[in-house]
Design a protein around this ligand. Structure first.
Ligand code: CS2
Ligand code: MG
Length: 408
């Protein structure tokens, strides 16, 4: 079975998505997610200009060999653009293999290890009162684990905090502004470190001890500040503290780890197993945050998770709305199959996105499930996709109050 057709489809039903569509000589279609938020066209070009010619006429059956060919072949290894492109090819090949076998992809990965994948949703509020409303809304929707972000006194706008909701309203935060250049937000680490423990204290007092709570620090702290935050949150028993430092300096996590027992999650900006080498072998984290979309697909993420399993480190696969429904489905097949599953992030896509991508995964009583359709279980409506043209959109940039560019 040869690969005969390769199409790169860009659509923007609220957010930009890049999808790779492979068609085999037998007419089987596979889909892969190649979306790299804010740099979408770079991956589209990498696919169109450098990968399409390599795929035409290639055997569709040999997924590992194709992965290695695209990883080792170009000489230039790793990097978010390359790994998102490889991810898309990999997912599409798993989709094809599942459809040919008549089996959902999780069956090809070894079958079911659990009834469903525990999901966490996002709650945010500019104030603690607004946050409480958002948490109630998520609990009403069935979520059993919740990420909490809030405004910080003195800061006009904080990343990850959407418009305050009314009771019954859905979370509809759109982190990437559809503007030609990124908008700018300001940041004050000391004010943040003073404020966040009070927020968690209030949430625990209102919602009790058992609700799993998560928090994302978006890479903004030094190792010592990360240690301080982890310690100050220990009384509130977090499920995890995410991205406390910009972890490309993996050794920096030694300081955090040695100072706090708050569980640590890292890796949404990582794209290869080597980005985790120190973090995993020294057991400096508890959860791997990579998505299949940004870490070389199902094959790439599976390698990371098997490595992590040796050290009792679990998955916490990245699932924001800039991972397309195809990327989300790929994550869910892994979640169900691997033994060292931890939790799955689930930001619900808007209705237009779900018209373009018809999904078969379900969210019932706090648990996600990839469904039983053969392959990944997502179909792309190409005419619906064509109606939404690419629109430049960027995440904000982050500056300290004196104007210095800051990590996030
Ligand atoms: C966030 C994301 O989901 C998360 O944990 O960090 O919103 C992230 O900022 C975006 O996916 C970046 O593209
Ligand atoms: Mg994050």
């Amino acid at each position: 079975m040869k690969i005969e057709g390769v199409d790169v489809i860009i659509t923007s039903p609220g957010r930009n998505f890049v999808t790779l569509k492979l068609t085999t000589s037998d007419g089987v279609v596979g889909l892969g997610d190649a979306t790299l938020n804010g740099r979408e066209l770079a991956v589209a070009s990498y696919l169109r200009d450098h990968i399409v010619p390599l795929l035409i006429g290639r055997d569709a059956d040999n997924i590992e060999d194709t992965w290695q060919y695209l990883y080792r072949g170009p000489y230039w290894r790793r990097g978010p653009v390359t790994m998102a492109a490889i991810a898309a090819v990999d997912m599409a090949l798993w989709d094809i293999k599942g459809k040919v076998a008549g089996l959902p992809v999780y069956q090809l990965l070894g079958g079911r290890s659990r009834r469903g994948a525990l999901a966490y949703g996002h709650a945010s509020g500019t104030t603690v009162d607004a946050l409480f409303i958002a948490i109630h809304n998520l609990l009403d929707d069935g979520f059993k684990a919740i990420r909490i972000q809030t405004g910080v006194p003195g800061l006009a706008k904080v990343y990850g905090v959407g418009n305050d909701q009314l009771a019954g309203q859905k979370y509809d935060y759109e982190p990437a502004g559809r503007t030609a250049v990124p908008i700018q937000e300001d940041w004050d680490t000391a004010a943040y470190l003073r404020h966040i423990p009070k927020v968690f204290e209030a949430v625990r007092a209102e919602f009790g001890a058992a609700l799993p709570l998560l928090h994302d620090a978006h890479h903004r702290l030094t190792p010592n500040q990360g240690a301080q935050l982890g310690r100050s949150l220990e009384p509130f028993d977090l499920f995890w503290l995410e991205d406390c430092t910009p972890a490309e300096n993996q050794e920096g996590l030694r300081r955090v780890r040695s100072q706090t027992t708050t569980p640590l999650a890292i890796g949404e900006v990582f794209n290869s197993i080597f980005d985790y080498q120190t973090l995993i072998t020294e057991q400096l984290i508890d959860y791997v945050r990579s998505s299949a979309t940004h870490a070389g697909g199902i094959t790439g993420l599976r390698k990371i998770m098997d490595f992590a399993a040796i050290y009792q480190i679990k998955s916490g696969i990245h699932g924001p709305t800039d991972v397309s429904p195809v990327g989300m489905a790929a994550a869910l097949h892994l979640d169900i199959a691997i033994h060292n599953f931890g939790i799955q992030e689930f930001m619900v896509h808007n209705e237009r996105t779900l018209e373009v991508f018809q999904t078969s995964y379900t969210f019932i009583d706090g648990l996600l499930d990839p469904g039983e359709n053969p392959g990944l279980g997502v179909e792309l409506d190409e005419s619906a996709a064509a109606a939404f043209e690419y629109t430049p959109a960027y995440l904000p940039v982050n500056r300290l109050l004196d104007g210095t560019m800051h990590d996030w």
